[in-house]
Design a binder for this molecule. Structure first.
Ligand code: BGC
Length: 381
């Protein structure tokens, strides 16, 4: 053996000798499945629980792809459920304001419940004033999805085939939504869809958050920053006028953080009046199609933080203005006005009737693809 080889063996042995003890990686728990009851048609609904090594836990059912619980720590390490919803399937089977659900085929409103595509008019269910909201009478939030677990990526993959002309929309839509809980404390949602005829698509998730814990009061003291310089102002039925309006000098300027409650009842602002608070689409700064920051929310007493990133052009900030305490929530909680807020990443409302907005049309051969991340960084102390 050469001298250099001997020296190198001695050096390596020395290094091993004083190397720090290898870090013991905590094993990430596997995704679990339990029964969440049966639909009236007798189909079993499953509850899938995804956990990460930091103790974050999300419960998702394959009925409506609904996020039924989401547990994250506060600044003292205490975990609480921070999304609104019901304790059992019954609540989700009745009419409710889309707690935690996947929304499709078209999230938010289509004006006059109609649109034309390829020279043909399509009529939709009128279920919100004169308009169509969240995909119609029986949207994707009320469908039972097929589910597959991928333990390698800590994901739940949901698929649903929406038939041609279901709820008035043309084309068979093959839809896939993949929920992933990462070790970086992100709930990542990847949406995909293909069609066999030209159609319109706008998928989102309708979780209501309360970072103080679900049912623990209103969200008015939460502070929010929205990375947006423009909104799509609406008419009295919440259909965009088609303009993009600067947020500067209005209660919609969240380019720096503000408490949600600070300007929510600004009687002088017509847009606030129309929404009964915030119920508006913000155009997210930066290039649509690239994952970029859209919003950041902090809750002062618990220190919890929520960061939203999306590839979508817009985000609907809805402050639960229509909640009125009638829903029996989880753990005996009731959800009164503004007890939760939604940050629904999306294409702009009524895009099928607004050629100036980014298109929501999907053609055969094309793939609709969109990603949103809800991240829960370490709580502020
Ligand atoms: C809409 C609100 C609606 C809520 C629940 C939100 O996406 O913008 O106007 O009340 O969903 O249906």
């Amino acid at each position: 053996m050469s001298r250099t080889a001997v020296i190198s063996i001695i050096l390596t042995a020395g290094l091993i000798g004083c190397a720090p003890a290898p870090e013991v990686k905590k094993e990430r728990p596997k995704v679990t499945r339990t029964s969440f009851g049966n639909t009236p048609e007798g189909t079993e609904v499953s509850l899938y629980t995804l956990k990460n090594s930091n103790g974050i836990e999300v419960g998702i059912i394959n009925y409506g792809g609904i996020v039924v619980s989401l547990k994250t720590p506060d600044k003292t390490g205490h975990f609480a459920d921070i999304v609104l919803g019901f304790g059992s399937l019954d609540g989700y089977l009745k009419e409710h304001p889309y707690f935690g659900a996947l929304i499709g085929r078209y999230g938010n409103r289509i004006g006059g419940a109609r649109f034309t595509l390829g020279g043909k008019e399509y009529k939709l269910a009128v279920n919100n004033g004169p308009n169509s909201l969240h995909g119609g009478v029986k949207g994707f939030d009320k469908k039972t999805w097929d589910a597959v677990v991928d333990n390698n990526s800590n994901s739940l993959i949901l698929t649903y085939t929406s038939a041609d002309m279901e709820e008035g929309y043309p084309g068979t839509l093959e839809t896939e939504v993949k929920y992933t809980l990462t070790e970086d404390n992100e709930l990542r949602i990847d949406y995909k869809a293909t069609t066999d005829k030209e159609t319109v698509v706008n998928l989102t998730n309708h979780s209501y958050f309360n970072l103080a814990g679900q049912g623990n009061g209103d969200i008015l003291k939460h502070s929010i920053q929205i990375m947006s310089e423009k909104t799509t102002p609406v008419d009295a039925t919440l259909i965009p006028t088609g303009e993009l309006k600067d947020v500067a000098g209005t209660p919609f300027d969240f380019t720096a953080p503000h408490a949600i409650g600070e300007r929510i009842d600004d009687a002088k602002d017509e847009q606030i009046k129309f929404g009964g608070g915030y119920d508006h689409n913000f155009a997210v700064d930066g290039q649509m199609g690239t994952l970029r920051p859209a919003a950041r929310v902090t809750e002062p007493t618990t220190g919890r933080v929520l960061e939203v990133q999306t590839t979508e052009p817009g985000i609907q900030f809805y402050t639960g203005n229509f909640l009125d305490g009638t829903f029996p929530g989880k753990g005996g909680k009731v959800y009164k006005k503004r007890y939760g807020f939604c940050l629904e990443t999306q294409h702009y409302p009524d895009s099928p009737n607004k050629p100036q907005f980014p298109t929501t049309a999907l053609k055969p051969g094309g793939t609709y693809a969109s990603t949103t991340i809800y991240r829960f960084p370490a709580p502020a102390r």
